[in-house]
Design a protein around this ligand. Structure first.
Ligand code: URA
Length: 209
């Protein structure tokens, strides 16, 4: 079973409260999402493998560590996931970025993939799939399914606010995927919004309210 992590550093909690506040406007909301993603990237990348490298300091030869192993790709789920990309790139600037677009079919209520564009070597990369909200889990589950179908095998899912229902559904569908969130909220309402939540993350990020 993948691990479930709540990254509740005080700086992150402070910024999540800014997101939740309905008085926060688009500019401040976007900045806070970006900063939270940057802070989370520090924890999400904690288990990145290192390898020995021999270097010379101005004084002596020495064996030290540098990053080894899998390269990273960030995969935002469109559209709200886009808000988290730049913050993670601040810490991992060499990461590639792939995109997955999902919409919900109003009749079947299933998540349907409408756009996918990925780095060609996703099978060799550690993927960070990002979406600020993990609500029912339907789009995360479908996006990860789409990535696995194309060869991805090493996936972490990173969100900012998660509902228990979404965490359970995602863990059941993809038990190999570690889930990282900044906050675990109470529940979903009858329209699929997270409570207390922060409203529609995409609308608040892009000012389309
Ligand atoms: N997506 C959002 O943007 N907000 C929610 O509360 C649930 C899903």
């Amino acid at each position: 079973m993948g691990k479930f992590h709540v990254i509740n550093h005080p700086l992150i909690q402070h910024k999540v409260t800014i997101l939740r506040n309905k008085e926060t406007g688009t500019k401040d909301f976007r900045e806070a999402v970006n900063e939270i993603a940057r802070l989370m990237a520090y924890e999400v990348s904690r288990d990145m493998p290192l390898q020995d490298v021999e270097i010379e300091t101005p004084l002596v030869k020495t064996t030290q560590k540098h990053l080894a192993g899998k390269k990273v790709a960030i995969i935002p789920i469109l559209r709200a996931g886009l808000g988290m990309v730049d913050g993670i790139l601040d810490l991992i600037p060499a990461a590639k970025v792939g995109h997955v677009g999902m919409y919900r079919d109003h009749e079947t209520l299933e998540a349907v993939e409408y756009f996918i564009k990925l780095p060609t070597d996703i099978q060799d990369r550690q993927l960070f799939v990002v979406d600020p909200m993990l609500a029912t889990g339907a789009s995360a589950i479908a996006a990860i399914e789409a990535l696995k179908k194309r060869g991805a095998s090493s996936i972490k899912f990173v969100c900012i606010v998660a509902a228990p229902e979404g965490v359970k559904a995602l863990e059941e569908a993809h038990p190999d995927v570690d889930i990282y969130t900044a906050a675990l909220d109470e529940k979903l309402d009858e329209n699929g919004y997270i409570l207390p939540g922060l409203g529609d993350a995409g609308d608040r990020l892009f000012g389309t309210l």
